[in-house]
Design a protein around this ligand. Structure first.
Ligand code: HGY
Ligand code: MN
Ligand code: MN
Length: 402
């Protein structure tokens, strides 16, 4: 059976969703979890789900479900964004789920439910909303996580108001499919139109801070300084040197957030707060890297006479996708893009990692132009968005038939 998906409606909905938090140049968005734009986007999605005949349910963290009656296949992703994000990261998978659920209902089956997870982009944690639903993170621990402005998740989710209901029972779903932009260069460079994900890498994300001595930048002799930025710089040098013996060409690590205090040109910085994140497909390597991070921070602090403090540390282990569901995606990819698709790992994290603790799950990728994502410039050719939608719909029918 072929579902009566409507490409124009799907593209129109993607553009409408992009209007919530539209920012920057091109098609960029800024729709941080729990912001007014995020909640407005969720309310709009909830209305589309209701129009599609799905029962709308927000859970206590703001994960939004559109539920079909009885056992169903779950399709979705997330609708929050990075501070400078693209219009497709997460949104593509949610809107594709919505379109397939609508088409399936019009066709009289199969039963498809839709989800938009909350805070996948880690304002507070790492894939926070699905991590809580999947059991990787307790709601109590999550509530204590803070963003870079010091707001806690517990405070932020009060903005849900009376939207918040109970958690959805995962047992009602037979499995889950997530479509996503690749967010990397592999498909764009190879010319393949689709990617079927085999594994998703693991991640560790650690916050730490160096505490030195704030002082006058003109009068404080170099030998007497406790400069938190110099410690940070030394830490980064040690890290890159020491990682060399442990990493593979696929391993990645990033110091993506730095807050220097008080951040003024005539003041020796007294404090540097930062995030260190690393990703790899091998759990043991992730653990060995963590030891190097902690040792390098301690050594850099000792060499420069400052104190190091370690803060929250979050992590998700590498996971494999379900072979049966990935097989349906591979069959669908071959049908929609004959000879122009590949199996590949995911270097980005996805809600699918957490959902895999609850049910079989698999992922489909479409190309990212220039391999660019987590940037306003992120985009994908319309033809590729539609090839992805058709393949996902085809796989959903096959998965529901078992
Ligand atoms: O960072 C990630 O991999 C995801 O896009 N949140
Ligand atoms: Mn995403
Ligand atoms: Mn992302």
């Amino acid at each position: 059976m072929t579902l009566p998906i409507q490409p124009d409606r799907f593209l129109s909905d993607l553009h409408t969703l992009r209007g919530f938090g539209a920012a920057g140049v091109g098609k960029g968005v800024s729709r941080r979890a729990y912001s007014a734009d995020d909640l407005a986007a969720r309310d709009w999605l909830a209305a589309q789900m209701a129009d599609a005949g799905l029962a709308v349910q927000f859970d206590p963290v703001g994960n939004l479900f559109g539920l079909a009656d009885g056992p169903s296949l779950l399709i979705g992703s997330h609708s929050d964004s990075q501070p400078e994000g693209g219009w497709l990261d997460g949104a593509l998978g949610v809107v594709a789920g919505l379109e397939i659920a609508r088409a399936a209902r019009a066709a009289g089956g199969p039963a498809i439910s839709v989800v938009s997870f909350q805070d996948e982009e880690g304002r507070f944690g790492v894939t926070t909303g699905s991590a809580i639903w999947g059991g990787a993170l307790t709601l109590g621990d999550a509530d204590r996580l803070t963003d870079y402005d010091g707001h806690s998740l517990g405070q932020a989710r009060m903005a849900l108001g009376d939207r918040a209901g109970g958690f959805v029972d995962p047992a009602r779903f037979t499995g889950c499919l997530e479509m996503h932009i690749e967010q990397g260069p592999v498909l764009d460079r190879s010319g393949d139109r689709l990617g079927v994900v085999g594994d998703i890498v693991g991640i560790r994300d650690l916050r730490l801070s160096f505490h030195g001595e704030q002082n006058h930048a003109g009068t404080t002799p170099m030998a007497l300084r406790k400069d938190a930025f110099q410690t940070l710089s030394r830490f980064n040098t040690l890290l890159n040197e020491r990682f060399r013996n442990v990493v593979t060409p696929q391993t990645v690590w990033t110091i993506g957030h730095v807050d220097l205090h008080p951040n003024a040109s005539s003041i020796v910085p007294g404090r540097a707060s930062l995030s260190v994140q690393w990703r790899d497909g091998d759990r043991d390597r992730l653990d060995r890297m963590e030891q190097i991070v902690r040792d390098s921070a301690a050594d850099a602090a000792a060499e420069t006479g400052v104190e190091v403090r370690f803060g929250s540390r979050l992590g998700l282990d590498p996971v494999a996708m379900d072979a049966r569901l990935a097989g349906h995606l591979a069959d669908a990819a071959e049908a929609e893009a004959p000879g122009a698709w590949r199996r590949m790992p995911s270097g980005a994290l996805h809600d699918a990692t957490n959902v895999s603790r609850l049910m079989p799950v698999a992922m489909l990728f479409v190309p990212s132009i220039g391999g660019i994502s987590h940037d306003f410039a992120e985009d994908t050719d319309e033809a590729d968005l539609l090839t992805g939608l058709r393949a996902l719909a085809r796989a959903a029918v096959a998965a529901a038939e078992r």
